[in-house]
Design a protein around this ligand. Sequence first.
Ligand code: BV8
Length: 264
Amino acid sequence: MKETNGNLLSSQLLAQLTEARHVLVLTGAGMSAESGIPTFRDAQSGIWGKFRPEDLATPEAFEANPSRVWEWYQERRSKVLTVRPHAGHRALAAIASLVPELTIVTQNVDGLHQLAGSDNVAELHGNIMRSKCSISHRPISAEWLSDSSHSPPRSPYVSKGLARPDVVWFGEVLPQNVLQAAMDSALRCDFCISVGTTSLVQPAASLPLMALEHGASLLEINPRETPLSPHAGQCLRGTAAEVLPALLAQLRASKKDLDQRPRL
Ligand code: BV8
C-alpha cells in the first residue's frame, strides 16, 4: 500500500485507471461532508447530541419511539434540502464520461451523486427523501405526509402502519436487487475507488475487497486510515472535494496522452 498526502495518483495506478474498462466507486458519508452534511459518526449536534446514530437508525429505536426517530430524519431531510453537490461529486460524473463504464455504489442516502449528474448510482442504504409504510413497505407520497399532523404520519395502507424513511436500518437487509447489482460490479470492475468511508459497515465494506480479489486495482481516498487502507494499491490522504477533481485532471491528461500516441 502506497500512502500519499496530496492528490497525485502513482504512475502505475494512473495507467491502470486510464486503461480501465469498468470503474466501481464506493462512497460513504465522507463524500457528502464537504457539501455540509455531517458524517455518520461525527458527533451529533443539538438535541441529538446525546444519541449515537447507530442507536437511532434501527427498527428497535423506531418501535420504541417512532416520533423521536421520525423527527431525527425530518431534521436530516431538511438539511439535505439545503445542500448541493460539491466539486468531488461533479468530478465523478465527469470521470464517468471518460471511461467505458462507471458504477457508483453509495452508502449515502442524500441523493447528491444523482444531483451532480451521475446516472449509474446504486443506493445501498436507500434514500432519506423517500418514505414508506412501516409494515407493508409501500411508498408513501409527500402529499400524504404533508397533509398529516401526526409525527410520524400514519400509513395510508395498513391501520397499524406508520410512515418511516425509506432507508436501510442496522439489522435490516439491503434491497436485494441493489445489493446484487453492486456485487456484480465488484466482480466485474477492473478499478475500484473507495471514497469517504470508514469501511466498517457491512455488506458495503466488503465490496472493495471483492473487487480486489477479482483482480481489480484499489484506490482509497480518505483523510484518515481505515481497515481497507492496508489492502489498497494507493491511499490518497485528502478529502473528496480536493482529490477527485485532481484525479479527473490527471485522467484527462493521461487519456489525451494515450490518444496522441502513434498507433503501432
Ligand atoms: C445487513 C442508512 C443482514 C440509515 C446505514 C458483518 C460483520 C459485522 C456486522 C455486520 C455484518 N453484517 C451485518 C452486520 C450488522 C451491520 C453492521 O455492518 N454493523 C457495523 C456497525 C459493524 N450491518 C447491517 O445491519 C446491514 N444489514 O447486513 O442485513 C444482517 C443483519 C444483521 C446481522 C447480520 C446480517 C445494514 C447496514 C445499513 C445501515 N444503514 N445508513 C441512515 O443513514 O440513517 S449505514 C450508515 O453508516 C450510513 O449509510 C453511512 O454511510 C454508513 C457507513 O458509515 P461511513 O459512510 O463510513 O461514514 P462514517 O461517518 O462512519 O465515516 C466517514 C468517513 O469519511 C471516515 O472514514 C472519514 O475519515 C471520512 N471523511 C470525513 N470527511 C471526509 C472524508 N472522506 C473524504 N472527504 C472528506 N471530506
